[in-house]
Design a protein around this ligand. Sequence first.
Ligand code: 5RP
Length: 232
Amino acid sequence: MSDPASAAPTQDELKALVGRAALDYVVRGEIVGVGTGSTVNKFIEALATIRNEIKGAVSSSVASTERLRALGIEVFDSNAVDELAVYIDGADEIDGRGHMIKGGGAALTREKIVAAQSRRFVCIADASKRVEVLGAFPLPVEIIPMAARRLMRQFAALGGLAQVREKDGLPLVTDNGQHILDVTGLKIADPLAFESEVNQWPGVVTVGVFAHQKAQVCLLATPEGVQTLRYD
Ligand code: 5RP
């Protein structure tokens, strides 16, 4: 519901708006890559309205898979599909070149895998996600648990403070059986170099900077409507 005093759309309404707008990028007759998160959940609801026009989806998380199946959309294993025309996913931050921070929902590894097998990444986000420099949002990094302490020291050497993400008082376990570090205090001026560097630290499964798998399009929901930003 909109706030009657201002009539400004709520964040939930903005997410629904951009979720519906993403349908324009879904190639009919094909399999679509589907991300994870509250904005993607709105996209999945919209996708269900055209489920008879697509073959199905490749999903980036157990949570999205369950939602897709509950709405009657077939979910394919990523290994059963060579290439996807489009991957649609949210972001925690996106800069002016389509580089993103992702992983707020702990699904970053599978998100990067599905993004890598897609010709085009369409990011759906509300305007609060658009930043000049990545790093205000804590950077998620999926890690092998036995490397946690050393990786925390490596981030400290870069000026970052890394903490193991918890759920119900215990380290959160990802869909891949690993843990997440959330790193605050970083300013990621060169996302391509940063992603390459951190990805080769032993024990890192995936760093939540998406620069090599950047967005080609961002559909940004604003109170004035959906803005289309292109980064080709
Ligand atoms: C999940 C993600 C999400 O895309 C990101 O956290 C944005 O989520 P939301 O749409 O709920 O704000 O990377 O791992």
